[in-house]
Design a protein around this ligand. Sequence first.
Ligand code: PLP
Length: 382
Amino acid sequence: MTFLRLEEDLLRARRNAKWKLTDHQAYPAWIAETDYGAPPAVQAAIERLVREMDYGYPVRGAGSMSAHVADRFSWRMAKRFGWKADPATVEVVTSLDQAIAACLLAFTRPGEGVAVHTPCYPPFRWLIEETSRRLHPLPLVETRDGFAPDGDVSLPADVRMLILCNPHNPTGRVLTREELDAVKTLAARHDLVVISDEIHADLTLDGAHIPLASLGGELDERVVTLTSASKAFNIPGLRCGVMHFSSPGLQNRFLQTIARSLLGQPNVFGVDATEAAWEQGDDWLAEKQMLLRRNRDRVAEAVSLIPGARMIPGEATYMAWIDLARCSKNRIPYDVLDEAGVRTMAGAMFDPAADGYVRFNFATSEAILDRMLDRMVSAFRR
Ligand SMILES: Cc1ncc(COP(=O)(O)O)c(C=O)c1O
């Protein structure tokens, strides 16, 4: 489909981090960006802005840009997940990392604990450190279904917040209703605010995503859901994201510390692209999901050719969490792959105890993926 598969010379010419910061001889499988284009409707929305040089203070829908994004978000959640998210309790941000930092400042105090399932998306750790809070790790456990939260943990009294990532980066796990129920019980038992980062919700490959806040009940006063169109529709550079508070009380608590003006305002490119993606991008997305499913299976097949390597295929995202600990004597697998010309992300970035793992981004063309996998298999079979 148009805009979906880009050739290598075009990709190398792009000025995005994934390709620009990767050595010319190497292939990038590191940062969470895809090698695809964007849905035709997104491209048309951007082209319209450019054609009309429409760069003034914007008006969209019946009110402000933010109210418009909130309205479109609420519509999208109902359509995609059957979740009725009140647009009145939405704040629009430019980045989810920004939203997480703001929540840490608003809902916790310096020195307090923040529970995070590990391995975790590295900025969770960085943001907790940057705001002088303390990360309390909750190691995921390997079950028959993949990596899962331990349903039976108890937390120290100073832990005031849980940052949940579902679908999970880096393991690709999608939590079941029972597992989300256990999160709900934990949050209620310890009176936690839960930041539910659901940025990968549209990228399920098997199974269905359930928004945590849709469980309701004891979660009604304590969940901040974060999402954006950036991962699914490949527009992270356009900077537009959403925070949804599960009650007006929680939103007011947040706004008492973080003045709304500090959140900034999204730009017209981000807003128009997000709206176009959510409203008209689903055929493109379905094709992308099919391609990702095939790529994930190709990665799993290649991993099975490496003696001692292990991978539990993820149910979502375009990242594979690969255990190569037994495959390279005295060397970190990231270094072996780097030398072989495949740039991944070292497991230790996600969990200091996981330096035998790498996170491998497989969102590229079949041709490039095959070249990376050939390099990977030969590097570890030498
Ligand atoms: C789980 C998760 N949250 C947040 C982000 C970043 O979002 P943003 O670019 O809006 O800060 C990413 C990007 O990879 C991610 O994987």
